[in-house]
Design a protein around this ligand. Structure first.
Ligand code: HPA
Length: 273
């Protein structure tokens, strides 16, 4: 079945389940899913009930689409995302973004857990993504292009909208939240990087590294959704502090930033027009 027909079937289900349209999409990364619990008048739809949605497998990813009201905005929040390293295709990983677009989402807030490369960062910092480097070895737009979704060669020079970042900085400043900004390098994973790879990433201009986000941001740009990206720096990347990396530590630090992360995201949502 082609993408358009799949999306139509997904939409038939979703429009039969909720009778309103979200304006903002949220993708909540590892350990950051708790924000979905703050959505009011929420309807939580498990991914497995949504036709053509892949099903999440990673620990710490609940796998629900939570639709409702957050900070005065109608949102569709993904509690748990699909990763390329889980074995999904790029088309699977980005399918929910296509659906969000079809539902009417204009702004997508994408979050993740990431390792800090910039030596001025520390674990627990939040970083706005100013730009990214795609080192995943694939691109979700590879293959035939459906012009009704977007152009064959989409411009990526403003992949992360400047005015959304300005709003985020203003919210952070008024709430006393330390907010970094930098370049996110997206790698396939699932092994963490070696210290040599981190030295390489630092040399090519990366401030943080992770295993997600890049595919969704490419597809969002392809179909005309503006993006705000936030990384939670859960650890310093391999070799920087000479510590071992573990998923448990990533989850624990993401849990510690929960309050300021949710304050920042809700402040940004409230500031959107
Ligand atoms: N590397 C890659 N992905 C990550 C990291 C890391 O150090 N921390 C959280 N996600």
């Amino acid at each position: 079945m082609d993408l358009k027909s799949k999306i139509n079937e997904t939409m038939t289900f979703l429009t039969g389940t909720v009778n309103w349209r979200p304006e903002v999409g949220l993708i909540l990364g590892s350990g950051l899913g708790a924000l979905a619990e703050e959505v009011r008048e929420a309807l939580a739809i498990p991914y497995r009930k949504i036709p053509h949605f892949p099903v999440s497998t990673v620990e710490g990813h609940a796998g629900k689409l939570v639709m409702g009201n957050l900070a005065g905005k109608k949102v569709a929040a993904m509690q748990g995302r699909f990763h390329f390293y889980e074995g999904y295709s790029m088309a699977d990983v980005t399918y929910p973004v296509r659906v969000m677009r079809e539902m009417g989402v204009k702004t997508l807030v994408i979050t993740n857990a990431a390792g800090g490369i910039n030596p001025f960062f520390r674990p627990g910092d939040l970083m706005l993504i100013g730009d990214h480097i795609n080192l995943m070895g694939d691109n979700p737009l590879r293959g035939p292009n459906d012009e009704t979704f977007g152009p064959r060669f989409p411009d990526m020079s403003r992949a992360y909208a400047r005015d959304l970042r300005d709003k985020a900085h203003a919210v952070a400043a008024s709430s006393g939240i330390r907010l970094q900004e930098g370049v996110y390098a997206g790698l396939m994973g699932p092994s963490y990087e070696t210290p040599a790879e981190i030295r390489y990433l630092r040399a090519v201009g990366a401030d943080a590294v992770g295993m997600s986000t890049v595919p969704e941001v490419i597809v969002a740009n392809h179909c005309g959704i503006q993006v705000l990206g936030i990384s939670c720096i859960t650890n310093m990347a391999a070799g920087i502090l000479h510590q071992n990396l573990s998923h448990d530590e990533v989850m624990a630090v993401a849990e510690q930033v929960r309050t300021k992360f949710s304050e920042l995201v809700k402040g940004i949502l409230a500031a959107l027009d």
